[in-house]
Design a protein. Structure first.
Length: 419
């Protein structure tokens, strides 16, 4: 049967603290508040380790101590920052866990009731792997180890001239530090005016739904902001990444479904280009314009071809896509598929749906002519495409084979005549 001491150790190792809360921020620092939750009864026996997300190494320690509030300074201004923390219990407090818990909660039954909600179903080995940050930390400076109190230094044994026998009456003492799992990440920004545009766009791209919700509560106008780095709106960003939950939330927060990016692409067009059928279906369900065009007059049918995914092509044309629609170069979806080097199965699907194989673009180039000009990556003609779009291909193939056979017969006759 598991003792209360073992129960407490197990709960600590499987416990994930609440993310640190942002109490205050300025252009150069952020003040974080964190809590030990149900293990606050250990008081000054706790170490709070706070890390900040970086590129190399992935996480760096910005605080390690017993205070529950810390101002992280020397931060880049107007820049997004991510923090997480975990709770480490000093080795000296472990042996008194049971006593401290009972003193705080009153009795053993209450301790079990309070801590039973902590999810310990996850494998502890995995949680320990998740606790690793790739840099030196407080936990590594106080590692788990076994100390044999009866061992004597080698120099003393040599001095006395004989080995010292170990007493079996006193068992070796175990020293071990305990730590919780890492909390979820907290996103914030050093922008003194509130959440920065960069921070918000990054949160949308990474799928941090809770943080996006908090940021919109802080600055509702962020819902329609355009990212200066790539020209995408928040809804367009979520559509490109294929995050259904984020798209659904942004739409519920009154994101404009037709707001174009800086290149004139709508969220629906970007979702189709990325090949996300579920996102495209959701946007169409919410009323997205099927016939919207970008700056180059491309429609959703052209973007389906550019996705290079047969599933998306079938979906769009199954929804009523027009195989004859043209862009500002007078390219139909089939013309675009041929010129962009689309896979044969996509071209075959377009032909099967009635695409005009004799279509001509604004420069007077036909689909068949474009197919003859273009080569595959090995420099050869794409005969599988020519069979689909060039009505003269089979005739030319027969003539070429006949010419080749005639030359062989002529060569044989020449050899025979020489003999």
């Amino acid at each position: 049967m598991t003792t209360l001491q073992e129960f407490l150790v197990k709960k600590i190792e499987s416990w994930k603290p609440q993310p640190p809360e942002v109490e205050r921020r300025s252009s150069r620092d952020v003040t974080l508040v964190f809590s030990a939750g149900p293990f606050c009864f250990l008081e000054n026996q706790l170490i709070f380790r706070v890390e900040k997300k970086e590129k190399i190494p992935a996480w760096i320690t910005v605080y390690s101590g017993g205070k529950t509030k810390k101002t992280i300074d020397n931060l880049a201004p107007s820049h997004p920052h991510r923090f997480r923390f975990k709770v480490i219990i000093k080795s000296s407090a472990i042996k008194d866990l049971e006593r401290a818990a009972i003193e705080h909660y009153g009795d053993e039954k209450t301790v079990y009731e309070v801590l039973k909600e902590i999810d310990d179903s996850e494998d502890l080995k995995q949680s320990k792997e998740n606790n690793s940050s790739g840099v030196d930390d407080k936990a590594k400076s106080v590692p788990s180890y076994t100390m044999d109190c009866e061992k004597q230094p080698l120099s003393r044994q040599i001095f006395k001239g004989k080995p010292i026998e170990k007493s079996s009456s006193v068992p070796p003492r175990q020293y071990k530090c305990l730590s919780s799992r890492w909390s979820e990440e907290t996103w914030t920004s050093t922008d003194s005016n509130g959440t920065s545009v960069v921070c918000f766009c990054m949160a949308v791209r990474c799928g941090y739904l809770k943080q996006v919700q908090q940021m919109l509560e802080d600055r509702p106008t962020l819902i329609s902001v355009v990212n200066a780095n790539n020209g995408y709106t928040p809804l367009a960003t979520a559509a490109r990444t294929g995050d259904v939950s984020m798209v659904r939330f942004l739409l519920s927060a009154d994101a404009e479904i037709e707001q174009p990016s800086s290149t004139g692409q709508t969220p629906l067009q970007l979702a189709v280009l990325a090949g996300h059928v579920a996102i495209a279906d959701l946007l169409l369900e919410k009323g997205a314009d099927f016939q919207a065009r970008d700056f180059n007059k491309l429609r959703i049918e052209h973007y389906a071809v550019d996705s290079c995914k047969l599933e998306m092509v079938k979906y769009i044309f199954g929804k009523g896509g027009d195989v004859g629609v043209r862009d500002n170069n007078a390219w139909t979806p089939l013309f675009r598929a041929v010129c962009q080097g689309a896979k044969t199965d996509i071209i075959e699907e377009l032909v099967r749906r009635g695409s005009d194989v004799d279509a001509v673009d604004r420069a007077g180039l036909s689909v068949a002519a474009a197919a003859r000009i273009l080569k595959d990556r090995h420099g050869r003609r794409r005969e599988s495409v020519l069979r689909l779009v060039d009505s003269q291909f089979q005739h030319e193939k027969v003539v070429a084979n006949f010419t080749r056979l005639t030359k062989k017969i002529s060569s044989v006759h020449t050899l025979l005549s020489i003999k």
